[in-house]
Design a binder for this molecule. Structure first.
Ligand code: ZN
Length: 159
């Protein structure tokens, strides 16, 4: 009974038809026991105290509408879909226009692909941490065309 109760608590996903929900990313599972490493399409991520649980686009028991869930301990890697198709290559930094030297990263505040100097500047912004959490949440919820938590972001410190 204890096991059952625990299982029901985990099912706090939105309850939709997982086979028709938009795919937000994929997980690569670790090979464990008789199970080989595999790839699963993910439609939702449930946050729990013990880490995220990934809801796949497959039914575990269709007649009970229980989706196939993958616990974080079985997951080698979660790859958000938005990151897969997104090109990070820039010759010049979106923000300062300086050369990137082939080293770029995504702004935490908006969709700029920025150089490492600008990234360091961002980290000094007092709202960096809050923006980081908000951006994370948006990706997990699969928000399409996410424009960042501050689309009009301008750095507080200009060099
Ligand atoms: Zn820059």
């Amino acid at each position: 009974m204890r096991h059952l109760k625990k299982y029901n608590e985990m099912l706090s996903y939105s309850g939709g038809d997982v086979t028709k929900m938009p795919i937000i990313g994929k997980v690569i599972t670790k090979p464990i026991g008789p199970f080989e490493s595999g790839e699963y399409d993910v439609v939702e991520v449930i946050e729990t105290e013990k880490g995220p649980i990934y809801v796949t686009n497959m039914w575990y028991k269709e007649w009970k509408r229980i989706p196939q869930l993958i616990h974080t301990e079985l997951v080698e890697e979660f790859i958000p879909l938005s990151n897969e198709s997104f090109s990070m290559y820039r010759e010049k930094c979106d923000r300062c226009g300086g050369p990137t030297n082939n080293s770029t990263t995504m702004s935490i505040f908006n969709t700029d692909v920025i150089c490492m100097i600008c990234k360091e500047e961002e980290k000094k912004d007092p709202e960096y941490e809050a923006a980081d959490i908000a951006a994370d949440e948006a990706y997990r919820n699969g928000i399409k065309d996410f424009e960042g938590v501050m689309p009009d972001y301008t750095p507080i410190i200009r060099n």
